[in-house]
Design a protein around this ligand. Structure first.
Ligand SMILES: Nc1ncnc2c1ncn2[C@@H]1O[C@H](COP(=O)(O)OP(=O)(O)OP(=O)(O)O)[C@@H](O)[C@H]1O
Length: 578
């Protein structure tokens, strides 16, 4: 696997322009970016640290944070570039331990090396969660609890009932499960159980890491409480609840991006705080959240621990699930049964999740109705499967049929690992537009054209349009687009849309939290750093009816084999406190 960058030319900003010193060789090899080297050199100079090996460790820490890890295991570093003459790991760790920087700028814990900030954040999460788990747990009215569970969880909801019961008994609980396993269903009914236990109206906060995930959480919760088998008498517990982003809940501050209005000295007023899509929450944000919750308020974390982790450093949900694995009783419950997609996609998702490459390959290549393997060289087949969606979008947009446009938008999506390159989003967007032009005999398409799918790339609080929201450009003189709002769509003038991109293809990262009738996932070459088990799992589980994999046997097997491991000591530190 390549973990190295490839300079575009001699002026690439990642290359040191004045290359000297022992770290220069690793910059030239594409392992350390210029910024990693300069930061390490500055830290060592300011801290009076002369050791080149310590400087190397600091540079690797800066690099690790860029790629999502909160710490570095010096014993694993040689894998990054086997031909490099690395220091002997035990001696290297001793040198770091003895460094003047250790205890100030860097830290060592469980044989992992950290930048001080991440070490402190990880420690704070461990301490806060440990305290929440070991203090006297909430008093439960057993008779009422049994009656509420019986009322809200009929026979076919046994798995979800067990999860809700565990949650009801604790200040902190984690409910993890793949798509459609009933996390929202459990939450809606759990909130009714908690309301039933409380003498006063509960103050409930619902939050998610992104605006789009928050909007989806609100819609899904309303839908779950409107199911016919949700007891009429319990609906009041959920009625009117809406979710916000975690940043909004904690209270953003104009003077500081990483601190919030609510913190240890000014806790949130809520009795219950629920976080959805927790896999996307970074370590820093989780630290700020856990410290801001009253010790006697409930915290419920929902999410799929097997999905891709946050864009920023940390893989908190995964680590919390791992860290509490051996604990009994455990605050973590896993929902296993999917109520959404077909048996085959469910089996494929499980094989990928479990790292069973033989079974995953067997299923991908089995010719099952809901799973198709496409040879990357078979452009004709790719075009056949990809183009019905864009054609449908264009026809709907040109006739002004907004509902059909939204349906088409969610009907199929092309997913890629990369943004750039032959397997990337940009290239595939261009392919689709080229095919559209060819079909319609057009020489060119304007920057905005009817049927063009759009994705919002920032949170626009004025328009109430969230990063990840999707829409379609409509035909007609008005120059408008309709955005998916979970209902019949919201129409907005194109002139108001500042931060949108074409979305025939999306990165798998961006597709998190969304689902489509059909998904075509383009796998990169086996040596791509982005080709991981979590990537394939996330892509496969976006599909409800059909998943198509454009790739080779080598890519499929490599994806399943390679776990996106983020170095972090959170799981070990939690387990050590258990
Ligand atoms: N026990 C059950 N029996 C039958 N249907 C169920 C059950 N639990 C959930 N469902 C249905 O399965 C679908 C998925 O449930 P839900 O939305 O709660 O899952 P989820 O885990 O929150 O999904 P995701 O996170 O992927 O949105 C919903 O249509 C829901 O009504």
């Amino acid at each position: 696997m390549t973990e190295l960058f490839e300079p575009t030319d001699a002026c690439d900003h990642r290359l040191l322009q004045v290359a000297h010193g022992p770290l220069a060789a690793l910059n030239a090899a594409g392992l350390l970016a210029a910024g990693d080297v300069r930061t390490a050199e500055t830290v060592c100079r300011l801290g009076g640290e002369p050791s080149a090996d310590v400087a190397l460790a600091v540079a690797l820490l800066v690099r690790a944070a860029r790629s999502g890890s909160v710490s570095v295991d010096l014993a694993d570093v040689a894998e990054l570039l086997p031909e490099h003459p690395w220091p002997e790991p035990a001696d290297w760790l001793d040198a770091v331990r003895a460094s003047r920087l250790t205890g100030v700028a860097i830290r060592v814990e469980h044989d992992l090396v950290y930048l001080h900030r991440y070490w402190a954040e990880e420690g704070a999460v461990v301490t806060d969660l440990h305290e929440r788990l070991t203090r006297t747990q909430p008093v439960v009215d057993e008779t009422r609890l049994a009656a509420a569970l019986d009322r809200l969880f009929p026979d076919t909801f046994a798995e979800q009932r067990a999860a809700a019961e565990e949650s009801a008994r604790r200040w902190t609980s984690v409910i993890t499960g793949g798509p459609g396993t009933g996390k929202t269903t459990t939450l809606a009914r759990l909130l009714a159980v908690l309301a039933d236990q409380s003498h006063a109206p509960l103050r409930i906060a619902l939050a998610a890491p992104t605006g789009k995930a928050a909007a989806r959480m609100s819609q899904a919760l309303t839908a779950a409480s409107e199911r016919r088998d949700f007891p009429e008498s319990d609906r009041g517990a959920v009625a009117g609840l809406t979710a916000s982003t975690l940043h909004r809940l904690l209270g953003t501050r104009p003077d500081n991006h990483s601190r919030f209005r609510h913190h240890r000295g000014n806790r949130l007023p809520h009795d219950v705080v629920v976080v959805d899509e927790t896999s996307m929450v970074s370590l820093s944000l989780m630290t700020r959240l856990v410290e801001a919750i009253r010790p006697d308020a409930r915290l419920v974390l929902l999410g799929d621990a097997d999905q891709l982790a946050s864009v920023e450093a940390g893989a908190v949900l995964h680590d919390v699930v791992e860290g509490f694995r051996g604990r009994t009783p455990s605050p973590v419950t896993r929902l296993e049964t999917s109520h959404r997609f077909g048996v085959e996609i469910g089996r494929l998702a499980a094989a990928v999740r479990n790292g069973d490459a033989d079974e995953a390959w067997r299923l991908v290549s089995s010719g099952a109705d809901s799973i198709e393997l496409i040879d990357p060289a078979d452009t004709a087949r790719i075009r056949d499967v990809v183009m019905p969606g864009p054609r449908d979008l264009r026809a709907a947009a040109l006739t002004g049929d907004q509902e059909r446009a939204i349906r088409a938008l969610n009907g199929h999506r092309l997913l890629c690992a990369h943004r750039e390159g032959p397997f990337g989003v940009r290239a595939w967007n261009e392919w689709v537009e080229q095919w559209l032009r060819a079909e319609e005999g057009l020489d060119w398409l304007p920057a905005r054209y009817p049927g063009q799918p759009l994705i919002q790339t920032t949170n626009d609080y004025g328009l109430k349009l969230w990063n990840g929201d999707t829409g379609v450009v409509l035909g007609g003189e008005e120059r408008q687009a309709v955005f998916d709002d979970g209902g019949t769509g919201r129409v907005l003038a194109l002139s108001r849309l500042a931060d949108v991109e074409t979305a025939h293809a999306l990165t798998v990262h961006r597709s998190q939290g969304s689902e489509f009738g059909e998904v075509t996932v383009v796998l990169p070459e086996p040596d791509s750093r982005l080709l991981t088990r979590q990537l394939l799992y996330t892509a496969v589980t976006r599909a409800v009816d059909v998943v198509r994999v454009v790739g080779t046997e080598a890519s499929v097997r490599e994806a399943v084999r390679r776990e996106a491991r983020r170095a972090s000591g959170l799981a070990a530190r939690l387990a050590a406190r258990a």
